[in-house]
Design a protein around this ligand. Sequence first.
Ligand SMILES: [Ca+2]
Length: 352
Amino acid sequence: MHSHTPFKRKALTLALLTAAAFAGSPASAGVTDADILNDAKTTGDVVSFGLGTQGQRFSPSTQINTKSVKNLVPAWSMSFGGEKQRGQESQPVIHNGKMFVTASYSRLFAVDAKSGKKLWKYEHRLPDGIMPCCDVINRGAALYGDLVIFATLDAQLVALNQDTGKVVWKEKLGDYAAGYSATSAPIVAKGKLITGVSGGEFGVVGRIDARDPLTGKLVWTRPTVEGHMGYSFNAAGDKIENGISGTTNATWTGDLWQTGGAATWNGATYDPETNLIFAGTGNPAPWNSHLRPGDNLFSSSTVAIDADTGKITWHYQNTPHDGWDFDGVERIRFLRLQGSEDGQADQGWRQG
Ligand SMILES: [Ca+2]
């Protein structure tokens, strides 16, 4: 058998090299909605905060179990470095062998997940006047397409290219000088980037926004203080009235609804079966409850928002007229009760 001429052998080698190059190409697979929905089932990566939109944080992996856990030893460690330490509260996400982890003072690191080698870092330039109420932390980033997206202490959203760390888009969540900041991890639900805001201590108006994750442009915005108008945005970016949250002055007197707090500082979860976004809300503002008679909706509440329309479907207020800074922002998880057709949203309540 002498059929293998040198030419043929070279062609075969080239073909193999080409196949290998494609298999290893970082551009081969951007993160999709399906990847995010199935995140808990795909144990080779972690492409969302909370391991799927419902935030269950449950992995079916079995290799690490009650018998093998004692054998775990550190493989590598990485310092966020510099003078900027303070609190670190981030959940890393992992895609294509790269780990993306946010750090204090609005920093984001891309790391080789196997070796711990830093690939790139982004340090957000923060102005002097930021007003984070409670440390300079960040809780994590979202992945979508070839982007990694996170929120900053000066209330901006920044989307970076996963491979290069270059900024692809930036959008303002609020005016930091008016008290807005952001620390929660965005999630992507049904092709929309869902975010909350922080700053209830400084009289901001809490809200949940939905954006196009690839461009950062708003799709809808829903205030979580009763009396504020919600808006949706068409393809041209025109702002269209989308109904008031609740009824103006029903649970707030005078003009206090204009600075009502109810910050959505811990972000949101999404249940694809009911198509609802669930957000917890923080304390009403101002703290002195004698200044604001009424229940002060939708503070210290769970708010369910239709992902398509951006309208509030239902709410439950844990603490009407909260005068104790109880908040209601614990991440909401989902239980499907046996024998029940209805999904049940359950929340750990601080005052329980
Ligand atoms: Ca996964």
